[in-house]
Design a protein around this ligand. Sequence first.
Ligand SMILES: NC(=O)c1ccc[n+]([C@@H]2O[C@H](COP(=O)([O-])OP(=O)(O)OC[C@H]3O[C@@H](n4cnc5c(N)ncnc54)[C@H](O)[C@@H]3O)[C@@H](O)[C@H]2O)c1
Length: 271
Amino acid sequence: MQSYQGRRTVVTGAASGMGEATTALLRAAGAEVHAIDIAPIRADVMSASQCDLSDPSQIESAIADIGGPIDALFCCAGLAQTHPPLRVMAVNFLGTRHVVESALPHMAEGSAVAVISSVAGFAWKEAWGLHKSLHATDSIDEGIAWCEAHAEAVGDGYSFSKQALTSWVFVQTPVLAQRGLRINTLCPGMTETPMMPDFEKTVGDQLAALPCPIGRRSTAEEQAHALLFLNSVEAAYLTGAELFNDGGATAAMNMGMAEAMAGAIQEDKHG
Ligand SMILES: NC(=O)c1ccc[n+]([C@@H]2O[C@H](COP(=O)([O-])OP(=O)(O)OC[C@H]3O[C@@H](n4cnc5c(N)ncnc54)[C@H](O)[C@@H]3O)[C@@H](O)[C@H]2O)c1
C-alpha cells in the first residue's frame, strides 16, 4: 500500500462507491481525509462537507473550510445518465472542474490531483472542437448555458461529460506541471457500486456489448487502489495519464478498431 502518512487529502463523492473506498484506503494509509459529498458521509474523516457540486458557492465554501495545504485531491463524485443531462454535465464536468480550480491555490509543489473519468470518455478526440469550446467557459453557469446551446452534442450528458473531463485533464497537464503539480485521470471499467444499476437501466445493452477480457466487473476497492497510486509520492513522474483500469476492455476495443482499419486498408489495396 502507498504511504499517505501525514498527507492532507480531499475526496469528493466520499459517501459511496469508489469515493468511499478511496476514503477508507486513505485512512488506512495514514492520511488526513476531508470528505465532500451531497449525501451524508459515514466514514471516519477529519471533516465532512455536505455540498452539491452543481453549486459553485457550496464548492467554494467547502474548500475554504478545509483550507490548505491540500496534498492530494481525489475527484470521485459523479452521476449516471438516469439524471437530467444538464445536471450530469454540471456535476461530472463543470462542478468537478470548479473543485479542482478552487483547490489549486491551496496546493503546493509536489501535490497531485486524480479525477475519475470513465471508459465512456474514450472517444474524446472525436468531439475535440466542441470540448475545447466548452473548456473556454469560465463558470458552471456559463458551462450550463453552453450545454443548453449544444443539447444535441451533449446527449444524455454522461459520455460527453467524461470526454470533456478527460480532455480538460490533458489541457491542464502542462499548465500544472509548471507549478510542480501533477494531474491524472482514472478511467474505470464496469465497477460494482450503487451507480451500476443506473447504467444497467439506461445503457444495459451497450454494457453487455463491451468486451471484458478479465471476465468480471471491478470492485470499488480495486479502483481506489489505482487512485491512491496516481496521487502517491511514488508516482512523482506520472502526469497527464489516462489510466484505464478496465479489465482489458479498452485494449480489446483498440484491437477491434485496429483490425477494422487493417481490413479496410487491405480492401482498398485489393478492391
Ligand atoms: N460504477 C462504474 O461502473 C463506473 C465506471 C466508470 C466511471 N465511473 C465513475 O466513477 C465515479 C464514482 O462513481 P461510483 O460508481 O462510485 O458511484 P456512486 O454512486 O457509488 O458514487 C458517486 C458519489 O457521487 C456523489 N454525488 C452525486 N452527485 C453529487 C453532487 N451533486 N454533489 C456532490 N456529490 C455528488 C454521490 O452522492 C455518491 O456518493 C463517478 O464519477 C462515475 O461516473 C463509474
